[in-house]
Each structure stands twice: as C-alpha cells, then as structure tokens.
Design a protein around this ligand. Sequence first.
Ligand code: KIV
Length: 284
Amino acid sequence: MNVQKLSNMKANSQKISAITAYDYSFAKIANDSEIDVILVGDSGAMVMFGYETTSPATMEEMLLMSKAVSRGATNSLLVGDMPFMSYHASVDDAIRNAGRFIKEGGMQAVKIEGDRHLAKTIRAITKAGIPVMGHIGLQPQMAQSWDGYKVHGSSYSSAKQLIEDAHELEQAGAFCIVLEMITEEVSKIISESLTIPTIGIGSGRYCDGQIIVLHDLLNLNDSLNPKFVKQYADLKTQTQNALSDYKDDINTNNFPTSSHSWSMESSELKKLQKYLGLIKKNKL
Ligand code: KIV
C-alpha cells in the first residue's frame, strides 16, 4: 500500500480500512488481515504506556513503537503520529522529527493534528518528500487543555470552519485527513468535496475510510468507552479467563502435563538410575 494506491481507492469508491497498532505482533496480524493503513497513534501513550492523555508521548516512545510495527507490517501503509510539541516549535523541527519517523521508525508517512494554522508545516514536510495525513475535529493532544472531548461541527460556524480547514490542508499537500468526532453532515460534505480521502473516527458513515483504536475494538482498554466504538472482540474478558484458568491449573497440578514436557531416552534413563543407585550405596 502507498499514498497513490490510497488515492486510487477513493477514486474507485473503495472504502479504506485503518487501525492503530503499537507493537510487532498486532501489526503483523493487522497486516495479514489486509488492513489498508496502520497508524502508530499517540494513543499508544495511553494504551501502551499508561499515561492519562496522549500529550506526554515523546518522539523516543513513538519511534520505539514505530520500529516494532514496521518489522511486523510489510503491506499496509504505515503512518507515524507526530507527538505533541514535535511539530509546533518550528517548521525545521517538524521536518526533522517527521524525517525520524521515516528513517528510524520505518514509517511511510506521518500524521499531524491541527487546523489551517498547520498548513505551512504540512506544506514544508510534504515538500521534504514525506507524505502528511492531516487530523481535524477533535484533536486529543490539545482537547483536555482547551475544550475537552466534544463533538465538532454541530453549529454553522464550527461546520464552516471545519470545511475550510479541510480544504486548506488539502491545498497544503496533505494526502489524507482524519476527521475525528465531527457531525455526520459535516464529514459528508468534507468527504464529498475533497479529492483526497478522509478517514473517520466517530464521524459517521460517509467518510472514505474508518479508523478505530485497536485496544477499543478488541476491548483491551476500559478507561474510555466512546459511543462511536464498535467492539469486535472481548479480549479483556478472554485474557482474564485465560489467566485465571492458568493460575488454577498450576495450583491443581493440571499444568504442565506430560504433553508439555520432554522425557529422557529409556536407555539413558537406565544408566542414570544405575548411577544414582551407586551413589546411594556410597560406591561413588
Ligand atoms: O492516536 C490515535 O490513535 C489517533 C487516531 C484515533 C486517529 O490519532
């Protein structure tokens, strides 16, 4: 998968599947399931590192996860999420950090949260040869400090602003835009009026693709339970049951059994028994 193929998917009205991943094993599963885009999201700060929000994520943490994901996924388009303050101080900083995702992290593109004010940064990173995915609507890196986790595009002025932002990001060279928690009417207008694909999260049915945080989809994360998440498996309950069965088996001598163990060859065992007999008789 690459940026051009993703663009062709929109042109051919093919829906785009995207998921987050943060480690080798899940990246491999997502890749083998033919998911189109894998995002190493800064949501990893919460689900992998236990921070309360995404803002503390550092470049080093994001690169560690990116490297692991890139070893597991060879077909999906790999996008690294630029963490808070890795692209805000200066455009030079943004290009340098975006470059690290490609050179060190093995990513093919980066994602940046922000509205039209980030257009200059997106243009500069794209010019440096790195594809940029935009991200408007709810921007989790800043939401807690500013307006909280709320739906965007409910009023006329907010809708107008989002539509304009989306077009400015497209003009700046973004190859795709994540629309997070935007009303369905507004995300439909944006998706239909842009030539680049939109990937929705909590933004309704009309986006060109969809993304969910992997741990939400698998019920591995019980700190947040947003309405837009559809749970496809309950790995939390399954893992808890598995671990409690494992503990019980250890306590009741039901694990390991002979099928989990190795035996000596019988002729070698006989020699050993003979040797032990000699020790017992104090002959050694
Ligand atoms: O960090 C993340 O997981 C994201 C997605 C929710 C789009 O930004």
